[in-house]
Write a protein that binds this ligand. Structure first.
Ligand code: SF4
Length: 738
């Protein structure tokens, strides 16, 4: 990405933060809170997720057979099925149906698939009036805007802005103001339009192959009216919506509303097996009983391929087809909460899973527009009702984008940076993906490297050439690394150690945060553990986050080569950086053989998780520093939360006499290198601001955080450094650290 493109992207994000940010934040955070509450009331939530996942895996595996079965069933019911290869094919068919019907007006209920094929434009160009009947979609149609959310399309608009829009557009006798007034106005107007429509077009949340039943899950009653008031119903859906049976609907109905909007059940669950057998109502003839109306109805099911069958053959994109479009991955995502789908989205789809949809349907160029907004924090994985590994889809697509891209300035880095990427990633990605090399050079030449890196000239060059935002201070490299200190220290071996620990020296601890590493060594030794700190390569988190999978895999292999001998000797692996532990416990599953992954995952621990274990098994906590009732504010790390490790740190701090105030903000906004990037600096700070507010309000003696990027971000938010919990828990050095 060029310097100009980065500036344009930054400007676009800034504008959205100002104009749409507040409404998006209020709505998505509300949905997300609702999800937590609603799923916590489900005893069998995890079983339902397993069940839903199993049904989708099976359905996509058997998709061609299920489509055949569905086609037979719909035709036996009296309807027609059309399998459209792409958007143009689908639009041509739908336009023919409208022409046969001599339709002047089509009413529609909400459907992302019809957004995808842009059927409204196609029909309107042919003189058909198309009216959206979902309130949010109608607002956008009136405003001529694109959806910013896959479930709540007008989420970026406040009530006030909708009132202004309606008052300006429709000039009602009395200005509209309240939500009730706006809704009543829309309902009345849309009802008239529905009554006079010739064709009703709906989407489908699920279609059952055994009965030809269409399930529509909606918050408004408009879809029912759309489907049955006109005598012609066209349902448009991606082929992935087909599931085997009506019974298979059950887990999805339980999960979809809870996951998306936090409702225990959505307002309307409509099951149609069209053509519907109810009479068509003539609204101009109020005297004739409804039962005497004609039952002459037509039904067309348009199943869209548009890239989906190729996605089914793609090992990574296939998982996207399991998506039930609930929006939980959008609502739980910190970046989405700040900026919404007009930045975090492509041609049609938005949020974390949009990368999979857009890459499969539109291509890599569209996915590349917003794919970097996924920081891989992984919170969405726990929120997804069908357990899709959304960050992995984003990483693989990022890797594909890198390699389909003519890397600018590659001649500067190819051969200089020791990654395994041939061509591909742009300079910004390669710089952040090769942070280990930079750290080695930085330490070797410290303190000169620090002086140079933080000079105004270097800051300007780094920003212009590589997009490193100059408002961020670069970390200070230490001349003596943790490993080098450990190798040269003069400490007698631990007699009869309680446990034997190999402390993994992550890049940041080893080269920059050496005092943090020394504190961990003191802490573990004070609790009776023998500690070794070997020379070890970076865990691969940095290249993986830039979509440099080959480089990350190489590092993973070298990490296991380094740690394997210690595991053979019965050592436990202790890790300070939560994101590196997430590599060992999760991401390495994708990068290493199953045996190598499981061995490392089973024997690796986050440092405070490990300390908790030592204390629980009899180690003497009195050897650690005493909090003496002092208040500390503690912010956990995204991946630490996902791994369920947050509580260990709090428990240890409380055990040692600290009064701990925790933040309920899930993300600090820095996300590794994300917040250092010029185009994302403002977004990063916006995401972090709620955390800054909570930490300021805590009025604590120290602010503590578990991740390096979290401490960096908190430093920038508060203007005061945060510490890692080990730095307040470890006993003083008594001079032996030097
Ligand atoms: S990926 Fe999962 S969480 Fe996201 S919209 Fe699809 S089903 Fe919902």
């Amino acid at each position: 990405m060029s310097s100009d493109a980065r500036k344009q992207k930054a400007e676009h994000i800034r504008r959205l933060l100002e104009t749409e940010g507040d409404a998006v934040a209020a709505n998505t955070r509300g949905f997300n809170r609702g999800r937590y509450e609603s799923v916590s009331n489900l005893d069998d939530y995890q079983q339902l997720r397993e069940q839903a996942r199993g049904i989708k895996e099976d359905a996509i595996e058997r998709l061609p057979a299920l489509i055949d079965q569905l086609t037979e069933r719909v035709e036996a019911n009296g309807g027609t099925v059309y399998i459209a290869d792409d958007a143009a094919d689908a639009n041509r068919y739908i336009a023919e149906v409208c022409a046969d019907r001599e339709a002047e007006r089509v009413v529609k209920s909400k459907s992302m698939t019809t957004e995808e094929i842009e059927v409204n434009d196609h029909l309107q160009e042919r003189g058909v009036d198309v009216v959206e009947t979902d309130l949010g979609e109608w607002v956008l149609q009136v405003a001529d805007e694109a959806p910013s959310h896959i479930v709540a399309p007008a989420i970026h608009r406040s009530r006030e802005s909708i009132a202004d829009l309606f008052n300006a557009q429709f000039d009602p006798e009395e200005p509209l103001e309240t939500a009730e007034e706006l809704t009543a106005f829309a309902r009345e107007r849309l009802l008239d339009l529905i009554k006079g429509a010739d064709v009703g077009m709906t989407g489908a949340n699920f279609i059952t192959a055994d009965t030809g039943t269409i399930a529509l899950v909606t918050s408004e009653g408009n879809a029912r009216k759309t489907a049955v008031v006109p005598d012609t119903h066209v349902a448009v859906a991606g082929v992935e919506k087909v599931i085997p049976s009506v019974e298979a609907l059950q887990p999805f109905i339980e999960l979809i509303g809870r996951s998306g909007t936090g409702q225990d059940i959505t307002s309307y669950i409509s099951l149609f097996t069209p053509p519907t057998e109810s009479p068509v109502v003539d609204f101009d003839d109020a005297d004739t009983p409804i039962t005497d109306g004609p039952v002459d109805r037509a039904f067309h099911l348009v199943l869209i391929d548009n890239g989906r069958l190729a996605m089914r053959e793609d090992d990574t994109l296939r998982e996207t087809l399991y998506c039930i479009r609930c929006s939980a991955c959008s609502n739980t995502c910190a970046n989405f909460q700040s900026v919404g789908g007009h930045a975090f989205g492509g041609e049609t789809y938005s949020g974390g899973i949009a990368t999979g949809w857009e890459a499969g349907i539109e291509g890599l160029d569209t996915a590349a527009e917003f794919n970097d907004l996924c920081t891989g924090c992984s919170r969405c994985v726990e929120a997804c009702p069908v357990k899709i590994d959304i960050p992995w889809i984003n990483t693989v697509v990022r890797d594909r984008i890198n390699h389909g891209h003519d890397g600018q300035f590659e001649f500067l880095v190819d051969g200089l940076l020791p990654d395994a990427e041939s061509g591909g990633p742009d300079l910004q990605k390669r710089l952040f993906g090769n942070v280990e090399t930079l750290a080695k050079v930085g330490s070797a030449f410290a303190p000169v490297s620090n002086w140079v890196a933080n000079s105004a000239t270097a800051g300007a060059v780094l920003e212009r050439v590589a997009g490193v935002d100059r408002r961020r201070a670069l970390p200070a490299f230490q001349r003596e690394t943790l490993v080098s200190w450990f190798e040269h220290r003069d400490t007698p071996p631990q007699n009869d150690p309680r446990r034997r620990v190999v402390l993994y020296p992550d890049v940041y601890t080893n080269h920059m945060l050496v005092e943090r590493g020394k504190a961990v060594v003191r802490l573990l030794e004070a609790l009776g553990a023998e500690v070794v700190v070997p020379r070890a390569p970076g865990a691969g988190r940095a290249p993986l986050s830039q979509g440099m999978i080959a480089t990350a895999r190489k590092k993973a292999e070298r990490v296991t080569e380094t740690l394997d001998p210690y595991l053979d000797d019965g050592y436990d692996v202790v890790v300070i950086e939560p994101s590196d532990l997430a590599m060992f416990r999760d991401d390495y599953d994708r990068l290493l053989s199953a045996g190598a992954f499981e061995r490392l995952a089973d024997n690796s621990y986050e440092v405070l998780e490990y300390v908790y274990g030592l204390l629980a098994n009899g180690a003497d906590g009195a050897a650690l520093s005493d909090g003496g009732g002092r208040t500390v504010a503690y912010h956990s790390h995204c991946q630490q939360r996902t791994m369920g490790l947050h509580d260990y740190t709090v428990a240890v701090l409380e055990d040692r006499g600290y009064d701990v105030v925790t933040s309920d903000v899930e993300c600090c906004g820095m996300a590794g290198s994300f917040g250092y990037k010029q185009q994302y600096y403002d977004l990063s700070m916006d995401v972090g601001e709620p955390l800054g507010e909570q930490l300021r309000a805590a009025d604590a003696e120290f602010v503590l955080a578990s991740g390096t990027s979290c401490t960096d971000q908190i430093g920038d938010l508060l203007g005061d450094d945060a510490r890692h919990p080990v730095e307040v828990l470890a006993p003083p050095s008594q001079g032996r650290d030097r």
